[in-house]
Design a protein around this ligand. Structure first.
Ligand SMILES: [Zn+2]
Length: 196
């Protein structure tokens, strides 16, 4: 997994949170998030009651765990705020679902949701009720790719939005076999059979 900017951590983190909720039937705690961040090479630089700060080469994260929700802010370590993102995971009692959203600090640049749709998980069956497209990033010879698993690809196909970029929301994603490319943000997208 490569993390050069906040987005490249936000998408895999949102995916991890959604898997965690489906498997454990509850929101992850601050300790669970710390474990995920450390496993992905972010160093813990501050640990205080209710607040955790991690630093990677390119990003900084602030984690605010609470009983009913979880907030993770991701900022470039350069201090640039334009690409900062916030992940919010919460239990929505009205919707009777767990919701995970990735919210950009600079909303004007994004035409759609990052990951196409927020993650919505039914709080009784723990099944996905939306069509989020999330994955992690890898650098290959011909560029940086969002790697999605085949289950995610199938859901994306069902949603009828295969031409919309899950990273920047632009239309006109061009597919060639199991690979796609977005002219707007410059990322590639690939689906692979096995789960990472
Ligand atoms: Zn794009």
């Amino acid at each position: 997994m490569k993390i050069y900017e906040p987005l490249m951590l936000a998408m895999p983190l949102a995916k991890w949170i959604s898997k965690f909720i489906i498997e454990n039937k509850k929101l992850p705690t601050g300790d669970d998030v710390r474990k995920f961040l450390k496993e992905n090479n972010l160093e813990e630089i501050c640990l205080d009651e209710g607040l955790v700060l991690h630093r990677g080469k390119f990003v900084l994260t602030l984690t605010f765990p609470a009983k009913e929700h979880l907030i993770v802010d991701i900022i470039s370590s350069s201090g640039e705020l334009s690409d900062a993102l916030e992940i919010i995971a919460y239990h929505d009692r009205k919707l009777e679902a767990y919701v995970i959203e990735i919210i950009p600090a600079n909303e004007l640049e994004f035409e759609d949701n990052i990951g196409l749709e927020p993650v919505i998980i039914d709080d009784k069956s723990f099944e996905l009720k939306s069509y989020p497209v999330l994955g992690h990033f890898e650098e290959e010879k011909d560029g940086v790719f969002l790697i999605i698993d085949s289950e995610t690809y199938q859901r994306w196909k069902e949603s009828g939005k295969l031409d919309i970029c899950p990273i920047c929301g632009a239309e006109g994603v061009a597919w060639r076999r199991n690979e796609a490319y977005c002219d707007s943000c410059g990322f590639g997208i690939k689906f692979k059979e096995e789960e990472q």
